[in-house]
Design a protein around this ligand. Structure first.
Ligand code: GAL
Length: 965
């Protein structure tokens, strides 16, 4: 199809005279108008998924179209699975870029090297297929442009990768063999509209289906199901293109399509996903309806559903599977929704395109608020100051409207969808306004979101990504300036908490801002899952691993789940931060305060349990009687009398947990309240029985030292080596990120200063009557800064105490990554036991989910397997830890880390598979302090209160032999 060649004045006339369809700006031709998607009807369907014949050509024009003709012999071709991406099936390779187009920016032209894959399959109509009526061929997703033939007749071509396209094919079908031919181009004009931060993965990656359309089949229909929270009644009207009847047996509803009825109902919310089964019956088809009654609107500057303010505890979800890319089966989708629900997540933004339609069915059924986002991003135009941006060029507007319409028409009957999003990172332009106008006209009952236009001209909410805590606070107070219209709108963070590698830090502080200001209605963490692709050598591959010319490395691995959907520590942290029940100390002694943070439900579905723990052991537990508080209500609930501990000196606390009362006993929320501070175990060491010289060694209590250097050699039978001050950590992705204000990168600054190559100068080894004192200065070459470090060793005979004093010298302009000691256990250790925070990793600003207890883990399981290795695995608030024959108690508590490799090896590794233990050796870090994590891989850095400044410090450890381990 040709497009007009006359370009508006002032723009480049860069469209050739005869434009191939994959380079014209139109959305395509030949497809049917978009319509509602439904999961079930009594009309027959035939899945055309499966093995297809496949031929790849390097350019769009290499192969002629004769393969589409009847009788073509493709038996010599390869095969691929449909749905699937050919680059993940041994043909070509994936490319990862964040926002850079991997081709010259010359819209709408694409490179000559345009991998083009011809797909072919034959099919027979199944038994019982009625010859009467029509049939529709549906493609749920093809990246990026397809041209389709059935039985040698061309049906048309289309763009819009993550959107459905249907063709009427009834007249072409044959009772015997049918031949379906699809030519797919990796690059098309549509690629300019699909510059999302993800892998470029061409292919027929969603289902292909043949749908029988019987005589009198249902056409498009629109379920309007509102809820009036004042009367408790629902209003139902199903507009239908074809006359029909609507029945909802449970509600006694039986009315004509287009007519309206009002009935008492239970509303649909993400917390109470109440669906009513119904049916739309036209003359020739019965379509199943799943109806949820709810009303969404902005009231007094606040998003309300069914009359109540909601708070988004959301995530951004890309569709991803490490083996199949954006091809997902139903179980994987269900796993995503179930995992979200189990982690207190109540909302999902379908970044940055409409998901597989079945995903939305799961959101309806299990309960998630959905921001359904259009398949649109033109981010790469930012490189040229947004010049030629398609969203501000009216030649592209039909394509934009087509995308909006395909999303809205497909998904409009899902109660979970409460917001339409125009797209992501497109700058601003008339095309976006046109989309918004079209959507409002078609569906005035939902809200519109778009983040990229600070004027909020087209939207119902002010949306930002990665705004700092200070800015979110200002927005909450209405002090952020901006156009007057914006000031009246509710505020959401469509992206925040960049979950790349270790982190994000600072989620707790964001949540406080959502709880404090009505206008701040929560946000969506970036993002759900790491997009690491399974790789035979590297474990998981990221940008650059396929030899891409341009790439953005592991910026694609920034999820709350690892690629195999194992939760990362960040998901546990997020779950804790957003828990829907607040549990805290009560106003009077012996009480606990319970706050219902749900938006709609009481607490009657929960069971509350208390337990009392001393020195990490549970001494008693029972059920706590909590009233069924309404949303926002709180109550002080009496705790029982503390059990008799019999160990007066033991530190003790209460743990109160809210569990689902449905038999799963799934934990929804918890908190620990201190009961008695107790004495820290084994920290007071009388200074007696001082160091004794024994040849080359000095002995002190259970320990032996090198007499010349003062280095610790052994504690009892356990060899120890290289114990010394340590300030270095393998920079996290957040450490390596640029501060949004100053541009400074901590990881880089640390290396410039030389914190990864600190030298340890021995100044003195002193033996006194009671102590062995080793004086050192720890400093990097070429710099005049240093840390004067004194190790003072004492013992009472059985126990060995180390006191470390650190005094900075010079002007320290950078925070310290960590401050503590490290040492090696050359004979190794398989596991560790500790009393303190666990079970997972924690850092100063990612410690909400860390709970006190007595924990045990293998050394291997202490590691958090970030796709790009980096600092990980610290356990917080550790009172004592036992590993490899040594037990160490802290004075005060410490951060405990143990691994089979050094920090330097961790730092050098680029993939998980680079980390291989050399021998049995285990390295242990005991940190007095850690620098926070922040979210600077994309967003704000470490909050001031979590920064580790170089300052005088003193901390102690008490070592004993622990022969059992
Ligand atoms: C945002 C963008 C996302 C992703 C994220 C960083 O700017 O919308 O798609 O790129 O940053 O991971």
């Amino acid at each position: 199809m040709n497009t007009p060649t006359s370009a508006p004045m002032g723009t480049r006339a860069n469209t050739p005279v005869s434009t191939p369809y994959y380079e014209d700006v139109s959305p395509g031709s030949g497809a049917l108008p978009p319509r509602a998607r439904y999961a079930r009807s009594d009309a027959m369907t035939l899945s055309l998924n499966g093995k297809w014949r496949f031929r790849l050509s390097p350019t769009a024009g290499t192969a002629d179209a004769s393969f589409a003709a009847d009788g073509y012999d493709a038996s010599g071709w390869d095969e691929v699975a449909v749905p699937g991406h050919w680059v993940l099936q041994g043909h070509g390779a994936p490319i990862y870029t964040n926002h850079l187009y991997p081709f010259p920016v010359d819209p709408p032209r694409v490179p000559t090297r345009n991998p083009t894959a011809d797909h072919l399959r034959t099919f027979d109509l199944p038994q019982g297929w009625q010859p009467s009526g029509d049939a529709v061929l549906r493609f749920d997703g093809v990246e990026s442009c397809a041209r389709v033939w059935l039985n040698g007749t061309e049906l048309g071509e289309f763009k819009g990768s993550r959107l459905p396209h249907e063709f009427a094919v009834g007249a072409l079908l044959r009772p015997g063999g049918n031949v379906l031919a699809v030519r797919v181009h990796q690059w098309s004009s549509g690629s300019y509209l699909e510059d999302q931060d993800q892998w470029w993965l061409p292919g027929i990656f969603r289902d292909v289906t043949l749908l029988h359309r019987p005589e009198g089949a249902a056409g498009d229909f629109f379920v309007h199901a509102a809820y009036d929270h004042l009367t408790g009644r629902g209003t139902l009207r199903v507009d239908s293109a074809v006359p029909g009847r609507v029945t909802v047996p449970e509600l006694g509803v039986d009315l004509a399509a287009g007519a309206e009825v009002s009935v008492p109902v239970e509303p649909w919310t993400a917390e109470t996903p109440r669906l009513y089964d119904g049916e739309l019956a036209s003359a020739g088809e019965r379509v199943a309806l799943r109806i949820g009654f709810r009303t969404v609107r902005v009231e007094d500057g606040v998003i309300e559903v069914n009359g109540r303010r909601i708070l988004f505890r959301g995530v951004n979800r890309h569709e991803f599977h490490p083996d199949t890319g954006r091809t997902l089966d139903l179980e994987t989708m269900r796993a995503d929704v179930t995992l979200m629900k189990q982690h207190n997540i109540n909302a999902v933004r379908t970044s940055h395109y409409p998901p597989h339609p079945d995903f939305l069915g799961l959101c309806d059924e299990l309960g998630l608020w959905v921001v359904d986002e259009c398949d649109l991003e033109t981010h790469g135009f930012t490189e040229q100051g947004w010049r030629d941006n398609p969203v501000d060029d009216e030649r592209w507007t039909p394509a934009l409207i087509d995308r909006a319409a395909r999303m809205v028409e497909r998904d409009k009957n899902h109660p979970s969808v409460i917001v339409w999003s125009l797209g992501n990172e497109c700058g601003t332009g008339r095309g976006l306004s046109a989309m918004a106008g079209w959507i409002r006209e078609r569906d005035p009952d939902r809200l519109i979101h778009y983040e990229g236009d600070p004027s909020c001209a087209d939207t119902d909410m002010y949306s930002r990504m990665y705004a700092s805590h200070a800015e979110v606070a200002a927005i909450g107070r209405g002090e952020d300036g901006g156009p007057p219209r914006r000031g009246q709108l509710p505020f959401v963070l469509c992206e925040y908490g960049h979950a790349m590698g270790n982190g994000p830090g600072g989620l707790t502080e964001y949540q406080q801002l959502f709880d404090t200001h009505r206008r701040n209605q929560g946000g969506f963490v970036w993002e759900w899952i790491d997009h690491g692709l399974t790789h035979p050598v590297l474990g998981y591959a990221y940008g650059g691993d396929f030899g891409e010319e341009l790439h953005d490395a592991n910026f694609v691995c920034d999820g709350l789940l690892f690629p195999d959907r194992t939760p990362s520590p960040a998901l546990a942290e997020y779950k804790k931060v957003i828990e829907p029940v607040g549990i805290d100390a009560g106003g009077t002694a012996g009480t606990v305060r319970v706050l219902n943070r749900y938006d709609f439900t009481t607490l009657s579905h929960l069971l509350f349990e208390w337990s009392y723990e001393a020195a990490g052991e549970t001494l008693g537990s029972g059920v706590l009687d909590v009233p069924p508080l309404a949303p926002g209500e709180r109550a002080d609930v009496p705790l029982p009398a503390p059990p008799d501990t019999g160990q007066d000196a033991a530190e003790s606390h209460w743990t109160v947990r809210a569990l689902l009362a449905d038999g799963t006993r799934h934990e929804v929320a918890w908190a620990q309240l201190p009961a008695a501070p107790g004495q820290r175990a084994a920290v007071a060491v009388p200074e007696s029985g001082g160091p004794r010289r024994a040849g080359e060694l000095v002995t002190l209590g259970p320990a032996a030292f090198d007499a010349r250097t003062g280095e610790l050699r052994a504690i009892g039978d356990t060899a120890v080596r290289d114990l010394r001050l340590d300030v270095w950590r393998a920079p996290t992705d957040n450490d390596n990120g640029a501060d949004p204000v100053t541009g400074a990168r901590s990881g880089q600054l640390w290396r410039e200063v030389g914190l990864h190559r600190m030298q340890h100068r021995l100044d003195a080894v002193e033996l006194s009557g009671t102590a062995l004192t080793v004086r050192t200065r720890v400093a990097p070459a070429a710099r005049d800064i240093g840390l004067v470090t004194v190790y003072r060793w004492t013992s009472d005979g059985a126990r060995l105490r180390l006191t470390v004093s650190v005094t900075p010298e010079g002007a320290w302009a950078v925070p310290l990554p960590r401050l503590g000691i490290r040492f090696a256990l050359p004979d190794g250790a398989d596991s560790a036991v500790w009393c303190g925070g666990g079970p997972g990793e924690a850092y100063p600003d990612t410690r909400a989910a860390s709970r006190l207890g007595r924990w045990e883990s293998s050394v291997d399981a202490l590691q958090t397997p970030y796709v790009r290795p980096q600092e990980n695995g610290a356990r917080a608030d550790v009172r004592w830890a036992a590993i490899g024959g040594v037990r160490v108690a802290g004075d005060p508590e410490f951060w405990f880390t143990a691994r089979r490799w050094t920090t330097e090896q961790l730092d050098a590794a680029e993939h998980r598979t680079d980390l291989r233990p050399a021998d049995r050796e285990v390295w242990v870090n005991l940190d007095h302090a850690q620098h926070g994590i922040g979210s600077q891989s994309c967003g704000p850095g470490v909050l001031p209160e979590h920064r580790l400044r170089a300052a005088p410090a003193e901390f102690g450890f008490v070592f004993t032999e622990e022969p059992t381990l």
